[in-house]
Design a protein around this ligand. Structure first.
Ligand SMILES: [Zn+2]
Ligand SMILES: [Zn+2]
Length: 275
């Protein structure tokens, strides 16, 4: 048995490149059994990437129509990727991804993943060039993301490493950095919610490892953390990107099971069954 599932899917209603119908078609053709849409929730302080309030309504209608169209062939869910600083209600969605895309420093919101230039600028201007101080602010926010967003799973846990491939700007193996990351991980473990293993930046050629990094995933396994595979897709081609490689890595690290979201909520399945 091989089962394909992805619950992190964007469309043209937010910053995705293809329509919901195109994404559903691509997923179906790739043999997916479960597809979760996760449009970016509205953030008033930055409207550049998220769904507008009008778009949210159309998005929900559109996904509902696709649910009917694919009934019996592929289970489609209408979720939302709720930013830590998003304020709109999420109760009408099938599931919620809790994600930190901004850190707040001196009363200002700074995007974490917008561009390398912005990342460098924020570290320099907001944190005196100290990456550990930046990481502290980031991970202290992440530690609270489930509580704040009421998320069903945790989005791109260490997104702050997006522009740090190979330790280009800061050393991800240093004690101070790992301490902050693992402290946040421990706090989130208490919530019992799964962490997504996100290959989005790998697809974009920015990273050779998923979020969370392999180093952090090994610790997550030791702590019995729950995981699910996720491609954070902004186009149909990226659906399920590198899932076979991730599955192999998880097997090496000792993971036995992964989580899938179903109409009945979370279900644990053997890692060997996922594709
Ligand atoms: Zn995100
Ligand atoms: Zn996303």
């Amino acid at each position: 048995m091989s089962l394909k599932a992805n619950y992190h899917t964007h469309t043209t209603y937010c910053d995705g490149k293809q329509s919901a119908a195109e994404m559903a078609k691509a997923a179906y053709e790739k043999g997916f059994t479960y597809l979760g849409f996760s449009g970016h929730s509205y953030t008033a302080f930055d409207e550049s990437y998220c769904m507008s309030r009008q778009n949210v309504l159309q998005y929900r209608k559109d996904i509902a129509a696709l649910q009917t169209e694919y009934a019996g062939k592929m289970d489609i869910f209408c979720g939302v990727e709720q930013d830590f600083y998003g304020t709109d209600d999420t109760k009408d969605f099938d599931f919620v991804i809790g994600s930190v895309h901004y850190i707040k420093q001196n009363g200002q919101y700074y995007a974490v993943d917008e561009s390398e230039d912005l990342f460098l600028k924020v570290v320099k201007e907001g944190f005196g060039g100290d990456y550990i101080k930046y990481a502290k602010c980031y991970f202290e926010t992440v530690a609270q993301v489930v509580e704040k967003t009421n998320a069903d799973f945790i989005g791109h846990f260490d997104l702050l490493t997006k522009f740090n491939e190979g330790g280009k700007h800061f050393d991800m193996t240093q004690k101070a950095y790992r301490f902050l990351a693992l402290e946040a991980m421990e706090a989130l473990l208490q919530t019992g919610k799964p962490f997504e293993i996100n290959t989005g930046a790998m697809y974009r050629g920015l990273r050779t490892e998923p979020y969370p990094s392999y180093d952090l995933l090994k610790q997550l396994q030791k702590w019995n953390g729950k995981v699910l595979l996720s491609s954070d897709s902004h186009d149909g081609n990226s659906l399920g990107f590198q899932f076979a490689e991730i599955k192999q890595a998880l097997q090496e690290f000792g993971f036995q099971v992964v989580h899938i979201w179903t109409k009945q909520g979370w279900k644990e399945i053997p890692l060997s069954e996922i594709m």
